[in-house]
Design a protein around this ligand. Structure first.
Ligand code: ADP
Ligand code: MG
Length: 259
């Protein structure tokens, strides 16, 4: 059965794109068919996989306004089981295009029903706002992963995101679950990082990803920051890095729990 997961947090720079790209790649490497959707006009997910403006003509914007079918904009990545719906800065125009539209929250959900390929997972990267694009992603999803950076102010704004999720459950998407809160950029040797992780666990213990004996935490790892400039997920760039190992563990945990 297909599972649709959004990666969301309206704070910028918390590891949404890094999580979307590397989780999608790690699930795909485990022989699942994955579609990664770049729903951020900044198009960092698209460029992280090595695609530049000249490589593709159409993107999510054209799908949402109805001028292209979703099947027509899909790009094949270097990982055979991983496909991408690219983004482009033009996607910011959606806010205006959707202004007067009825049921504007459910456009993406309708478009996903038109997919010709049987995907096991769809992972959606979202922009750092709670605007109509993020609302479309959350309305189309079974669940949401919330990356939280283990830094000062980490929990700020989280209340607003959780309220939005609750509201969507009452309105557009009753089945929306929190897949997990994912602490990111964790530095063991840094006391602040440790303190923040402690606080995250204190508040969200029941919503965190865990293995049998520990919570899943993404370490700060320079390989994760370098990989996008080579147009690769970290497992293709440096499979032995701590970042690759952490996202592999997250992917395996998600796959195990879905068995
Ligand atoms: P968002 O999509 O939430 O804005 P990004 O995933 O783009 O966040 O991450 C912000 C910056 O931090 C990027 O430069 C990214 O490469 C870097 N980064 C993200 N996660 C890690 C990590 N675990 N270790 C090191 N750098 C990271
Ligand atoms: Mg991003």
């Amino acid at each position: 059965m297909i599972e649709i997961i959004s990666v969301a947090n309206q704070k910028g720079g918390v590891g949404k794109t890094t999580t979307a790209v590397n989780l999608a790649a790690s699930i795909a490497i485990n022989e699942k068919k994955v579609l990664l959707i770049d729903a951020d006009p900044q198009a960092n997910t698209t460029s992280s996989l090595g695609f530049y403006k000249s490589d593709y003509e159409f993107n999510l914007y054209h799908v949402l306004i109805g001028s292209k079918s979703i099947n027509e904009v899909i790009l094949n990545t270097k990982i055979p089981t991983l496909d991408l719906v690219p983004s482009n800065i033009g996607l910011v125009g959606i806010e205006r295009e959707f202004d007067e539209l009825e049921d504007k929250e459910l456009v993406l959900k309708k478009k996903l029903k038109e997919l010709n390929t049987d995907y096991d997972y769809i992972i959606i990267d979202t922009p750092p706002t709670l605007g109509i694009i993020t609302i479309n992603a959350l309305s189309a999803s079974d669940s949401v992963i919330i990356p939280v950076q283990t830094e000062y102010f980490a929990l700020e704004g989280l209340g607003q995101l959780l309220q939005t999720i609750k509201l969507l459950r009452r309105t557009k998407n009753p089945k929306l679950k929190i897949k997990g809160i994912l602490p990111t950029m964790y530095t063991k040797s840094n006391n602040l990082s440790k303190q923040v992780l402690h606080d995250i666990i204190k508040h969200f213990r029941d919503n965190m990803f865990k293995t049998d004996d520990k919570f899943i935490v993404i370490p700060r790892n320079v390989r994760l920051a370098e990989a996008p400039s080579f147009g690769m997920p970290v497992i293709s760039y440096d499979v032995k890095s701590s970042g690759a190992i952490a996202y592999e563990l997250l992917a395996k945990t998600i796959l195990e729990n879905n068995k």
